[in-house]
Design a protein around this ligand. Structure first.
Ligand SMILES: NC(=O)c1ccc[n+]([C@@H]2O[C@H](COP(=O)([O-])OP(=O)(O)OC[C@H]3O[C@@H](n4cnc5c(N)ncnc54)[C@H](OP(=O)(O)O)[C@@H]3O)[C@@H](O)[C@H]2O)c1
Length: 305
């Protein structure tokens, strides 16, 4: 099968290569997914799980891309809950080969049914962004209706879903990003926009929750805006500063089938819009994942036309 593999951490996405690999074998409780579309986040290449196994042994060459949508083509020994021919989507194990390939072996427990009226490219764009937002807002951020939230990186793949879901649950959303992204952020439903290039972050006043998809100095400054009892949730590693009288949480997204169901039903009902930027074939994936200019939205690799 065709696959994108990485062997050299220092090379980053520029080290991706399109290669021929043997098709994967389904282990106990796995399915084989014929991948129709897959997504990728750049930080995967910074994570140890792309390079070593759970015992810290080299596992390269590895296939990145940990969100996918496709068809089940085979079941492993003892696998229940899914059937051959079923449309599925989900977040795959960080320590296993991922979805930038024609086929992937995935634990059935990580895959949710993809409704027939949801395009595979849309399905592949949902697991990482959707689950991260759901877990960030509701599990870690304990968002309540009426709260004020600051969404850092609001024009991005995660940030745009963050705004929409937080608004649906009754929050007042202040979206922050580059000046050029003002209209995008407002179009995704933010009540206000903070221009991080020219504006003053501190002008937003106190918030109950910060969801930080940027980090660095901006993440650090945002900690001071969290009101007593509030929370700073970072998805870009531990925050460099903590709220004076609140919680600081950082986390890595986990698979959750019930949450995937909630997310895909909102997409079908038109309540949630995914933020897809470019769509590319697997043959052109290396170039697409190494863009020469900044792109808004998520790059999706359509593995099968
Ligand atoms: N912990 C987890 O489980 C988890 C899950 C998903 C994603 N993540 C991480 O979360 C981050 C966001 O992911 P994403 O998929 O949403 O990426 P994305 O689509 O690139 O969105 C990030 C947004 O933030 C903006 N931004 C970045 N730095 C900025 C700055 N200094 N000032 C103003 N705006 C800035 C970007 O604008 P430009 O592109 O124009 O700079 C972009 O609009 C990534 O680092 C990703 O690895 C973590």
């Amino acid at each position: 099968m065709k696959a994108i593999e990485v062997t050299d951490q220092a090379a980053g996405t520029a080290g991706m290569k399109l290669v021929e690999r043997p098709e994967p074998h389904p282990s106990i409780n796995d399915v084989i997914v014929q991948v129709h579309a897959s997504g990728f986040v750049n930080t995967e290449l910074d994570w140890p799980s792309t390079w070593t196994d759970r015992l810290d042994r080299d596992r390269t060459p590895s296939i990145p891309g940990h969100e996918l949508a496709g068809l089940v083509t085979a079941l492993g020994y003892g696998t229940t809950g899914l059937s051959v021919g079923q449309r599925v989507f989900g977040l795959t194990d960080w320590y296993r080969d991922g979805g930038l390939a024609e086929y992937a072996a995935v634990e059935a427990r990580n895959l949710a049914p993809l409704p027939g009226d949801v395009d595979f490219a849309v399905g592949a764009s949902l697991p990482i962004s959707g689950l991260t937002v759901w877990q960030g807002l509701f599990q870690h951020g304990r968002l309540k209706a009426g709260q004020r939230i600051l969404a850092l990186g609001a024009a991005g793949a995660v940030g745009s879903m963050m705004t929409q879901l937080a608004r649906e649950f009754g929050a007042y959303v202040i979206g922050a990003g580059h000046a050029a992204h003002r209209q995008t952020v407002l179009d995704f439903g933010a009540n206000e926009f903070v221009d991080l290039d020219n504006g003053v972050l501190e002008d937003v006043g106190e918030v109950d929750l910060v969801l930080d998809a940027i980090g660095g100095e901006i993440g650090k400054r945002s900690a001071r805006l969290v009101r007593a009892g509030g929370t700073l949730v970072s998805i870009v590693g531990p925050s460099e500063a903590r709220p004076a009288d609140g919680l600081a949480v950082d986390f890595v997204v986990e698979s959750d089938l019930a949450q995937l169901g909630e997310i895909v039903q909102r997409v079908r009902g038109g309540r949630l819009r995914t933020n897809i930027g470019a769509v590319s074939s697997l043959d052109d994936a290396v170039a697409a994942l190494n863009p020469t200019e900044r792109r808004l939205g998520k790059t999706i690799i359509r593995v099968r036309p």
